[in-house]
Write a protein that binds this ligand. Structure first.
Ligand code: SF4
Length: 249
């Protein structure tokens, strides 16, 4: 998968970063509420219609606004990123979440940073769209958890781009994956059930789509009973409830 980083010059060994921020709480999924920092990497190979981080990839205005990659992204070395994490208010938290964009587009360059964090006893999670198979020499144990958010038809992506057998099996075979789906209605839940069956996915977390409190709560209430009936887990979007859609929180 080619990484589209707009016009930002690539630099050997560096990661292309959108933002490093914290302390905050993990707002979604199995670690909801945990104190953490985020490293948000630039570039994405998909284009979800409801994406809440278009500033990491939308250079043409596909989702309504064209962002400038020269002001949104910067190359940072692993050392720079570690310095930034230690300089956060409250210092280095016990958990660092790599998100994006699609962070696994840069998997080959993450090893050094992930190893250093692991050696310091910091837990490392990644939020990925599950379409990118990392390079053969990528050690799956470099992340403690893979939160794999496969995209459904309602995301607006072509299914052939969003559901990729080889990548899904790679993440499943790590033994460290949880599967998080953004949903609004029964059509989404039916699609999740089909994917669960086809790829034997577990555990599954369902998250309401929404960038405002009202939309998140409205979708949560619609989804709660059917999600429970399907024996899946349900998550809210804590950062939206706490801070709205504010960036860097
Ligand atoms: S995969 Fe994630 S970052 Fe990429 S467009 Fe979809 S929601 Fe946005």
């Amino acid at each position: 998968v080619a990484i589209n980083l707009g016009y930002v010059q690539d630099q050997k060994g560096s990661l292309i970063v959108s933002e490093v921020f914290g302390q905050t709480f993990q707002g979604e999924g199995p670690s909801l509420g945990r104190r953490c920092a985020f490293v948000r990497l630039g570039g994405c190979n998909l284009a979800c219609s409801w994406c809440d981080t278009p500033y990491t990839w939308d250079w043409t205005g596909k989702n309504g606004k064209a962002y400038d990659p020269k002001s949104e992204l910067r190359p940072l070395s692993p050392e720079d990123i570690i310095d930034r994490l230690y300089s956060l208010d409250g210092g280095m938290p016990p958990l660092v979440v790599f998100s994006g964009g699609e962070p696994m587009l840069q998997a080959g360059r993450l090893a050094l940073l992930l190893r250093a964090l692991g050696d310091a006893g910091i837990e490392r999670h990644v939020e990925t769209n599950g379409t990118v198979t990392p390079p053969d020499d990528f050690d799956p144990n470099l992340f403690d958890q893979y939160v794999v958010s496969l995209k459904l038809a309602s995301s607006g992506n072509e299914i052939r781009d969003a559901i990729r057998d080889r990548a899904i099996l790679w993440y499943r075979n790590t033994g460290r994956a949880v599967w998080k789906f953004v949903a609004t209605d029964m059509t989404d839940l039916i699609e999740i059930a089909a994917l669960e069956k086809r790829y034997e996915l577990a555990p599954i977390w369902v998250m309401p789509e929404g960038r405002t409190t009202d939309v998140v709560i409205g979708n949560l209430r619609k989804l709660a009973d059917p999600v429970s009936k399907a024996r899946w887990n349900l998550t809210t979007r804590l950062h939206v409830l706490c801070w709205g859609d504010e960036r860097g929180r």
